[in-house]
Design a binder for this molecule. Structure first.
Ligand SMILES: Cc1cc2nc3c(=O)[nH]c(=O)nc-3n(C[C@H](O)[C@H](O)[C@H](O)COP(=O)(O)OP(=O)(O)OC[C@H]3O[C@@H](n4cnc5c(N)ncnc54)[C@H](O)[C@@H]3O)c2cc1C
Length: 379
C-alpha cells in the first residue's frame, strides 16, 4: 500500500511550493499531476518581485526577461512609468517555471507522479484513500493545489463555490522583428483595454504574451476586446498566434480553507490579487504557509488546520480584502478611474509598484483615505 504523509494535487506554483517546504521539513510527500510535465499553463507569466525575492532557489535560468520598469497606460493620453533597481516583474513561461519548481522539490525527495488525475477521495480511519488514474494511494493530509477548477475542493466537501471567477485571455503571438523590437522594450498594462479591466503586453524571449482580463464581471465580448487590443498595440501582421482562455479567482473562498484534512492553496482557495489578478506570488506563499502549518503541527491534523487558517487570516486575508475594496472602486466607475489616473496616475503607479516589490502593503483604511482626498479636492 502506497502511503504518504502529504499528497499534493497539482504541480503548479502553489503545489510545488508546498511540496518543497514539506520535504524540507522532513515529511514524505507526493505530487499528483494530471498532465505530463512540462505542460503549458494559460498565464501571462509576470512574476512580481515580492514573490521572487522569497524564492528559496535561483530561478534565473527560466526567466525570459527581467523588467526594472513598468508602463501603465490609459488610452493614448495617459502614460506612467515606474522604475526600480530590482526587477519589478520577471517574465517567465509557465511550463519551464513550474517544472523548475517541481525539480527543486524532487531534489529534496518529493515523489512526482505525472499523468495522474485524482478522481475521488475516501476517508479510511485516519488516512484518506486517493483514487487516481494511476491507481490507489493513501495519505494523512491532502493539499488541493489543483487550480481554479479545483475538483479536489468539491470532493472534500466544499459545496458552493464562493470565489469570484473572472475570464481572462492570453494569446502567444509571434510578430515581425520590427514589431517585436518595438514592443519588447517595455512591459505594459493598458487600463480599460477592456471595460472594467486591463490588457497587457509582456515580451518573452521570441514572442509576445498579449492578454486581457475583465476584473469585475464576466464579459461576453472579451475575444473582440482582445483582437481590438492587438490592433491598438499597432500589430498589423501576425506570424503565428495561439489563443488561450481561462479563469482567475479574484476573491477568496468564504467558507474556510481546510476540511477533513484537505488544505486549499493557490487558485483552488481563490488567492489571486483582486486588483491586479496576479496569482503566482500568493500561490507560492499559500503553499509555504500550508507546509509550515502541517510541519509545525507534528502529526496533529486538527492543529495543522487551525494553524493554516490562522496564518491565512493574519497574513493574506487583510491584503486580499483591501485589494477587493480597491478593485471595486477602481474598476466600478470609469469616471472615478479616469479622475484618479489623471490627477494621481504617477502616485498610483508608484504605490502599485511598491506592492509588486513587496515593499508596501495595501493601505488598510483605504475608504477613509479616498473620502479625505475627494473632500480636499472638492473644497
Ligand atoms: C490569462 C491569465 C493570465 C495570468 N497572468 C498572470 C501573470 O502574469 N502573473 C501572475 O502572477 N498570475 C497570472 N495569472 C494567474 C496565475 O496563472 C494563477 O494564479 C496561478 O497559476 C495559480 O497557481 P496554482 O498552483 O494555484 O494553480 P495552477 O497553476 O493552475 O496549477 C494547477 C495544477 O493542477 C493540475 N490538476 C488539476 N486538476 C487535477 C487533478 N484532478 N489531478 C491532478 N492534477 C490536477 C493542473 O494540471 C495544474 O498543473 C494569470 C491567469 C490567467 C488565466
Amino acid at each position: 500500500m502506497k502511503n504518504y504523509q502529504v499528497a499534493v494535487v497539482g504541480s503548479g506554483p502553489s503545489g510545488a511550493s508546498a511540496a518543497f517546504h514539506l520535504a524540507k521539513a522532513g515529511l514524505s510527500v507526493v505530487i499528483l499531476e494530471k498532465e505530463k510535465l512540462p505542460r503549458y499553463k494559460v498565464c501571462g507569466g509576470g512574476f512580481v518581485y515580492r514573490g521572487r525575492k522569497e524564492m528559496p532557489f535561483d530561478i534565473s535560468e527560466v526567466v525570459d526577461l527581467e523588467c526594472n520598469a513598468i508602463d501603465i497606460y490609459m488610452g493614448r493620453d495617459l502614460h506612467f512609468k515606474t522604475k526600480r533597481k530590482e526587477p519589478i516583474v520577471s517574465l517567465v513561461m509557465r511550463d519551464t517555471f513550474d517544472e523548475l519548481m517541481v525539480r527543486n522539490a524532487k531534489a529534496l525527495g518529493v515523489e512526482v507522479i505525472q499523468n495522474c488525475k485524482v478522481k475521488s477521495l475516501h476517508k479510511v480511519e485516519d488516512l484518506t484513500a486517493i483514487e487516481t488514474s494511476s491507481g490507489l494511494l493513501y495519505s494523512n493530509y491532502i493539499i488541493a493545489a489543483d487550480g481554479v477548477y479545483s475538483q479536489v475542493a468539491k470532493m472534500a466537501g466544499w459545496k458552493e463555490d464562493t470565489r469570484t471567477l473572472i475570464p481572462a485571455l492570453e494569446y502567444e503571438i509571434h510578430v515581425p522583428t520590427s514589431d517585436f523590437e518595438r514592443l519588447s522594450k517595455e512591459i505594459r498594462f493598458d487600463i480599460d483595454a477592456i471595460p472594467s479591466g486591463y490588457g497587457w503586453c509582456f515580451p518573452k524571449k521570441n514572442h509576445l504574451s498579449v492578454g486581457v482580463a475583465a476584473l469585475l464581471k464576466d464579459n461576453n465580448k472579451i475575444k473582440q476586446y482582445c483582437e481590438e487590443y492587438i490592433k491598438f498595440l499597432g500589430i498589423e501582421e501576425v506570424i503565428s498566434i495561439e489563443r488561450h482562455g481561462y479563469q482567475i479567482p479574484v476573491t477568496p473562498r468564504l467558507d474556510g480553507f481546510v476540511k477533513n484534512n484537505v488544505f486549499l492553496i493557490g487558485d483552488a482557495a481563490g488567492f489571486a490579487d483582486p486588483l491586479t489578478a496576479e496569482g503566482i506570488s500568493n500561490a507560492i506563499l499559500s503553499g509555504r504557509l500550508a507546509a509550515n502549518a502541517i510541519a509545525k503541527a507534528n502529526g496533529d491534523t486538527r492543529l495543522a488546520g487551525k494553524l493554516y487558517e490562522t496564518l491565512i487570516t493574519n497574513s493574506m486575508m487583510p491584503e486580499l480584502l483591501t485589494s477587493m475594496k480597491l478593485a471595486k472602486l477602481f474598476y466600478g466607475n470609469k469616471m472615478a478611474r479616469k479622475f484618479l489616473l489623471k490627477n494621481y496616475g504617477q502616485r498610483f503607479s508608484e504605490a502599485l509598484t511598491d506592492i509588486f516589490m513587496g515593499e508596501k502593503n495595501y493601505p488598510k483604511d483605504i475608504n477613509q483615505k479616498i473620502k479625505q482626498k475627494m473632500k480636499s479636492l472638492l473644497f
